[in-house]
Design a protein around this ligand. Structure first.
Ligand code: Z5A
Length: 214
């Protein structure tokens, strides 16, 4: 296991799905397999420019309304900055990356939630990312009603979190559809008690590590 080259593992899901706990479980499981050299990323964010874009997206200044296409392009600007300056160099150096969200979020939120044109989104993704993608994605599936209830306990909801339940149901539907189409995306039932979610993640990741030890 120590001879494995670096891989890119992503945690995805609606707000309140429990990504923070999942990331800690992934870290623990990797450590148990003697993988210690791990870089943690979050999207949008992870570089100074990408973090500035994150602030602009989450809290547009002076209450200016952000158009759906501008929002989409800002997510991609932040993502490619992170990929080129952090993720690719780290992978090249043999490090592992554990990402809090990646392109699947864009496909689910901007594609499913905002219902942006599918052809436009496909071309943009091809142009920006080419064939770059995570080796494994763990999608934490949760009913948006439960997720938003958990998220609201943490305090005030941000611009995106204030969207309607219909918006979040469309996002969940798109997540499930994309997960069903792509064998590198594994769905975890995030509505179980925390310890069961942790156990499922540990089991899935341990099996994946066994079969991806190149
Ligand atoms: N976005 C987008 O639209 N397009 C994109 O391309 C990208 C992102 C990359 C990022 O905001 C926003 O941008 C996000 C998607 C959009 N929007 N919204 N809305 P963010 O990074 O600030 O938010 P987030 O990604 O949703 O992160 P989060 O809120 O920090 O993580 P989380 O998964 O929601 O939750 P958590 O903090 O790990 O857990 C939530 C609470 O639930 C916490 O109190 C836990 O103790 C509790 N919890 C966790 N698991 C359980 C279980 N199993 N049972 C009970 N309670 C639990």
């Amino acid at each position: 296991m120590t001879h494995m080259v670096g891989k890119f593992i992503v945690i995805e899901g609606l707000e309140g799905a429990g990504k923070t706990t999942a990331i800690n479980t992934v870290k623990q499981t990797l450590n148990n397999h003697h993988i210690e050299d791990i870089v943690f990323t979050r999207e949008p964010g992870g570089t100074t420019i990408a973090e500035a874009l994150r602030d602009l997206i989450k809290n547009p200044p002076n209450g200016e309304s952000l158009t759906d296409k501008a929002e989409l392009l800002m997510f991609y600007a932040a993502r490619i900055q992170l990929i080129e300056t952090v993720i690719k160099p780290a992978l090249k150096a043999g490090k592992w990356i554990v990402g809090d969200r990646h392109d699947l979020s864009t496909q689910a939120y901007q594609g499913g939630g905002r219902q942006l044109d599918a052809d436009f989104m496909r071309i943009l993704k091809e142009q920006v990312l080419a064939d770059f993608k995570p080796d494994l994605t763990l999608y934490l599936d949760i009913d948006p009603e439960i997720g938003l209830m958990r998220a609201s306990r943490r305090g005030a909801l941000d611009r995106i979190e204030q969207e309607s339940l219909t918006f979040f149901n469309r996002i969940r539907e798109r997540y499930l559809q994309l997960a069903a189409e792509d064998p590198t995306i594994i769905t975890i039932d995030a509505m179980q008690p925390v310890n069961e979610v942790k156990a499922q993640i540990t089991q899935v990741l341990t099996e994946w590590l066994l079969h991806n030890s190149a």
